[in-house]
Design a protein around this ligand. Sequence first.
Ligand SMILES: Nc1ncnc2c1ncn2[C@@H]1O[C@H](COP(=O)(O)OP(=O)(O)O)[C@@H](O)[C@H]1O
Ligand SMILES: [Mg+2]
Length: 427
Amino acid sequence: MSITARVLILSSDESLRDEAKLAFESLGEDSPRFRFVGNANQLFDVLRNQPIDLVLAEFSENPRDITSLVRQIHATVPSTRVAAILRPEGFSENVNESAVLIDSMRGGVCDFLRRPLSTVDLERLLKTGTPADDRRLPGTRNQLGRVVSFVSNKGGVGKSTLATNTGVAIARRGKQSVLLIDGSIQMGVAAALLDLTPNATLTDLARESERLDPTMIRQTAAVHSSGLHLLAAPADAVEAMEIDDVLMARIITMARQTYDLVIVDTFPMFDRVVIAALDLSDRVYVVLENVVPTLLGGVKLLSVLERIGYPAKRQSIILNRQQRVAGSLSINDVADRMQREIDHVLPFDKRVMAAANCGVPVAMALLRFSGFSRALEKLADDVAGLIGDNSSRLELDELPLGVTNASPAIGQTANASRADDSWEEAR
Ligand SMILES: Nc1ncnc2c1ncn2[C@@H]1O[C@H](COP(=O)(O)OP(=O)(O)O)[C@@H](O)[C@H]1O
Ligand SMILES: [Mg+2]
């Protein structure tokens, strides 16, 4: 790193201070300048006056305090990253650790560190970031990328087809970097749809989870000729068992630090991995077919989404494989049954299946006169439009699924003393 990074460590634990010094010392030349602050007031005092790359904050007794802290830090300096340090004693018994970890990633924590702090973990975190004085280094983004998921209550409705083709359509425009995560982890088909033979899959990331960072995600992703990157699903159901919700949340959190857009294909079941993906999604695309049983299930799915914290305004409804044949439901019928407007209609087109069979997504061919391609481009415009559109950005007080109801701001802790001006260097 050409410019020395600056790290602030928020903790009142003296032993953490020694640990951090030791770990930073071993970084040699890459050791950052670091400084300890004992409370949030001191932290903000420094943040307001000096460029800080990374804040390491210990989870307080109430693990939800961290989301409140992150919100305040980002309101003060949006580009400063915050990583959370897990307490050596862990969380108390009545706290669901994975829910807390995912929730804090949702709240903006970029990663977690375990005690004792290790040089490897710190190096990984520092490598990821861009020094606050020079934010134009390639490979990292100042603004986090957007995340969208494709979901349905039933298989075979076209989630994978649409997730893949949307990714290809946006990537081939060449304006935004796009990652497709095949979150249909037990039977992912995205690699086949793209005719890719990935060297590595999500399982490899699970096995390297200690070293996981945005660079590793880029290196693991297979690259399609359209420019789309793919994190492929595990090779089989046994390998899929290595993927858990916290890993999925970490992967998405890191991916959005380096891609403009992250698209997640899912499996029609709300297991913890899918919920972790939804939890981090700015928008959920619900894929339906105009078949009555599917629609009945779809109504239930919308109500479940609503109950777990996804208001209608963050859902988009897609009617796929639409056909006008005798006895079939019209688009208006579908909207009536769903009690919702249909945002996108993609017609049934045999060429979509043919494209799937030969591994060349329809979006590569751009059949100019095809209704499917036109509708797909419209869907791609919609998804791409989320990038840079702050109105659709999830706010912290709208956390979905969240355990969180952010507790009183840590930054307003009483008895604040001003931070002293001492920076430490391990070298
Ligand atoms: N608009 C469409 N027209 C024709 N066939 C389609 C369309 N969308 C998807 N398909 C086909 O439907 C099947 C299921 O699609 P897929 O994307 O695998 O569904 P899911 O991921 O929801 O299980 C595939 O054979 C796919 O080629
Ligand atoms: Mg699928």
